[in-house]
Design a protein around this ligand. Sequence first.
Ligand code: HEC
Length: 188
Amino acid sequence: MAPEKDRLKDHQFDGIQEYDNPIPLWLNLIFVGTVCFALPYMLWYHVFDKGVLPVQAYEAEMAEVQKAREAQAQQAPSLDVAALAADAAAREAGAQIFASTCASCHGPTAEGLVGPNLRDHAWRNGDGSLAAIINIVTNGVPAKGMPPWKMLGPEKIHQVAAFVYSLSTPNGDGSPHPDAHPETPPAQ
Ligand code: HEC
């Protein structure tokens, strides 16, 4: 700005005077620009709610993540224990697995040998529920000589567990097996 354009105002205070110059063009343009920007912005985001505000975008994204997580959780095979207990085919397949894999320790009819009787209602581990048996067969009781059978894979474990479960509750209703007998204490 050329200094000769500067106009001093008449009044003064304590000997201080001020110029009466127009606002510089660039500052004016910025001011008008912000007004022009603010008006549509306000209408778009806050009056007609067309735009997505950062908080809304964040919440939408989080909802999507949540949905994906739920979908993933549903994909994880959830075992229907009651259906498995009633599955005769699984029981039969389990009997085969038992004969080849478990009978050496638990006896051919699971009456007990090195491993305990599995026909009675006396359980050293768990409560005798199908879920508990699946857990024992999967993880074993290594400290007590029951090996883990994870390597059989979930399907075979479920089958053999269904068979073992049916031994103590042949009716599937928790009633004892006809020839169930209390677990015999190990010989001293
Ligand atoms: C090497 C011998 C051995 C083999 C093979 C074996 N078990 Fe066992 N099992 C044991 C012993 C020993 C125990 C007792 C563990 C304890 O005292 O806690 C046991 C315990 C169990 C129990 C829990 C019994 C209870 O009263 O808590 C179940 C169920 C069982 N075994 C199922 C099986 C199945 C099914 C298989 C075949 C896939 C199998 N076991 C193979 C030795 C064996």
